[in-house]
Design a protein around this ligand. Structure first.
Ligand SMILES: C[S@@+](CC[C@H](N)C(=O)[O-])C[C@H]1O[C@@H](n2cnc3c(N)ncnc32)[C@H](O)[C@@H]1O
Length: 282
């Protein structure tokens, strides 16, 4: 089959499942990966023959896209803060708003001579790895309860040539470490069950629920526990950063105030939603 016909076939197969612009974007991403063709080269290669093996890869991708599987899982990676991060269904796909959180920490910490950081709920390792890449004086520990997530995170650290200490642990059941940190960061599960109905099938049916959901009646469970842990293992004046549920900015702020953290700063993301918070240990 020639590329032109493949493109028509691809578009028709996914019509009704996704908007046309999205289908076009999937085609470009897959062509780049499978055919090694950049977007601008596609129009000049429309009459190139696509081999049976490569055609099969498009066919498989179509089947997975029809099940609303995220394109990042199909490609096997995504870009985060300029880095390539491998992903599979055991890790959350890193989000652009998390890049904003990373950016905040890097700006705050870039002049420090040495700094120790703990990333709680590391998933793919995206936060820890981006911090390590951009804060060369940082020593970083990253923790997750999921051994499958940690496998990917470790591979991502190797691929991106950074050294991170990974720990498998349940933060809700974690009460002792001799280590002390300058910075603790976490993007913990924060989506309430009641918010499920607003989520699209590609998130709900494919991303790990362990990474996403908390009970409606205790939405700040992780924030409370992590703040308690931080009160013990942050150095004096240490910084605690969270990504937060856009609807729970004020309650997260109250929680941090109750736990005697100071200089609390709530920040909005690119979409003007309360998305991250920073507090200093007194
Ligand atoms: C929202 S995801 C964040 C992943 C990654 N840090 C990111 O920003 O893309 C939350 C992560 O917390 C982990 N997690 C869930 N429950 C946990 C627990 N009790 N202890 C430690 N990690 C937990 C999940 O496995 C998941 O990787």
């Amino acid at each position: 089959m020639i590329l032109k016909s493949l493109r028509t076939y691809f578009n028709n197969a996914l019509l009704g499942y996704y908007p046309e612009t999205e289908i076009e974007s999937f085609f470009h991403l897959l062509s780049e990966r499978i055919l090694k063709l950049k977007r601008i080269d596609i129009s000049q290669s429309l009459y190139a023959v696509v081999s049976g093996k490569k055609y099969d890869k498009f066919e498989k991708a179509i089947d997975r896209l029809k099940k609303y599987e995220p394109i990042q899982y199909i490609l096997g990676d995504t870009e985060f803060y300029g880095l390539i991060i491998k992903v599979n269904p055991s890790v959350l796909i890193p989000r652009p708003e998390t890049e904003e959180l990373v950016d905040w920490i890097i700006k705050d910490c870039k002049d420090k001579k040495s700094i120790s950081i703990l990333d709680i709920g590391t998933g793919s390792g995206c936060i820890a790895i981006a911090l390590s890449k951009n804060l060369p004086n940082a020593s970083i520990v990253a923790l997750d309860v999921s051994s499958d997530a940690l496998k990917i995170a470790k591979q991502n650290a190797i691929d991106n040539e950074v050294e991170i200490e990974f720990v498998e642990a349940d933060i809700l059941d974690w009460d002792s470490t001799n280590m002390q940190f300058d910075v603790i960061v976490s993007n913990p599960p924060y989506v309430r069950e009641l918010e499920k109905q607003m989520m699209s099938a590609n998130v709900l049916d494919h991303e790990p629920h362990l990474a996403l959901f908390v009970e409606d009646d205790d939405a700040l469970l992780f924030y409370r526990k992590i703040t308690d842990v931080a009160a013990n293992i942050l150095k004096p004046n240490g910084q605690l950063y969270f990504e937060i549920n856009e609807n729970l900015g004020e309650s997260t702020k109250e929680l941090l105030t109750e736990k005697s953290f100071n200089e609390i700063e709530l920040k909005r993301d690119f979409f003007e939603k309360d998305r991250m918070i920073k507090a200093i240990k007194s």
